[in-house]
Design a protein around this ligand. Sequence first.
Ligand SMILES: NC(=O)c1ccc[n+]([C@@H]2O[C@H](COP(=O)([O-])OP(=O)(O)OC[C@H]3O[C@@H](n4cnc5c(N)ncnc54)[C@H](O)[C@@H]3O)[C@@H](O)[C@H]2O)c1
Length: 435
Amino acid sequence: MNISVFGLGYVGCVSLGCLYKMGNNVIGVDIAEHKVNLINDGKPTIIETEIDSLISSGVNEKKISATTDVVYSIKETDFSFICVGTPVNAYGEMNLSYIKSISKSIGEGLKGKDSYHVVAVRSTVPPGTCKMVSEILEEVSGKKEGKDFSVISNPEFLREGTAVYDYFNPPVTVIGSKDILAGEIASSLYATLGAPIEMVPTEVAEMIKFVNNSWHAVKIAFANEVGLIAKEMNVDSHLLMDLFAKDTKLNLSKAYTKPGFAYGGSCLPKDLSGLVYLGKMNHLEVPVLASVSGSNNGIKKKAVDKVLSFGRKKVGVLGISFKEGTDDLRYSPYVDVVEELVGKGYDVSIYDANVNYSNLFGINKQFIDVHLPHLVHLLKTNIDDVVQNSEIILVSHKLPEYLEFPKRFPEKVFIELTKNNHGSLIPDNVSGITW
Ligand SMILES: NC(=O)c1ccc[n+]([C@@H]2O[C@H](COP(=O)([O-])OP(=O)(O)OC[C@H]3O[C@@H](n4cnc5c(N)ncnc54)[C@H](O)[C@@H]3O)[C@@H](O)[C@H]2O)c1
């Protein structure tokens, strides 16, 4: 394929060399003339393992060239990668001025072109950027997205230092496109790499880099804080984290990665606060660990705010224990939500097949007597009564028998305070709010 690459920095230069290696003719474009000259002299614009030989062979074979002329590069190619910088300011706001500027130039190039052209945004950009690029291209070129050109998102996953290796060995190739043809053309570029190709909505593709890199940063900060505490306690932090990494069922896995409702129960809140306490006892700053509980409380507050926003006072709760299949109420996030609503004068009734007040004993009963002493009056034994007498129903447990209620009572508001890998309990055609 004939491909143009806009921006000859880390991502652009590596793309130039690797796209050539995969059999394409590539034109690199940059506003910085010295970078263009370097490429045309057969030299990379960056220091990176394996890139020197790729660029020099490509230039020698006349398969790689560089220019400052965007219009020429668009005319000579069918596919373009935008790899310009997207720096952030002190508030984290992304500067998209380079993206806008190159989009205008590409639009000028498209003006004089009759054949279909794909523009792939490789830079890290916030959701909605491809739409903005497409609007600029339509405005400047007078051409139509979907017919004359398409804009897709194809984020880059390389790490500096191992960039060429990473380019040829991606964990996954992500393509966000609403246009099937553009998605297929982009996929064909990666067909030989062997990595899975994920075709997703454009905004999902645009956001994945933010999520990936933030997760990597959180992992590092978590491990470092654990390391600080372990060191103070004379515990071998490396051995500890090696052991941690051996649990691929819950620790390093898909577990707990679905957005959903707040955590609770007798273990997570207790052991987290225990670890934070060990940090405090040793006069350590562990802000990541210390902030988790506040984040969890914020999710519960959001649920309460949601209920308040309807201005209806009768609330039913389906499931009060911290998770389905148990009668354990300790640190149940649903108890906190109910406590807040009762405190605000809401008329709350609760159904939970596993919770019977007279059967509660020990720490479980002590907890509820302190946190929700009214439970005995709120708990009902008939689920139908709870739903019928309520205007808003909070579905805390995802049980198949609850499925019929949103269908039977479409005039009521159902708010789902849980989410698992099986998707939503509330059918699409029912007025439910999924979390
Ligand atoms: N560096 C990385 O490891 C890495 C990895 C993945 C994704 N990314 C993302 O890729 C993007 C590029 O990163 P980078 O590190 O390669 O940036 P960079 O600053 O090294 O390179 C950007 C290049 O774009 C050029 N440029 C700016 N405006 C231009 C225009 N109008 N026309 C042509 N060229 C123009 C600049 O002169 C520069 O050479 C960023 O969004 C970044 O977040 C970077």
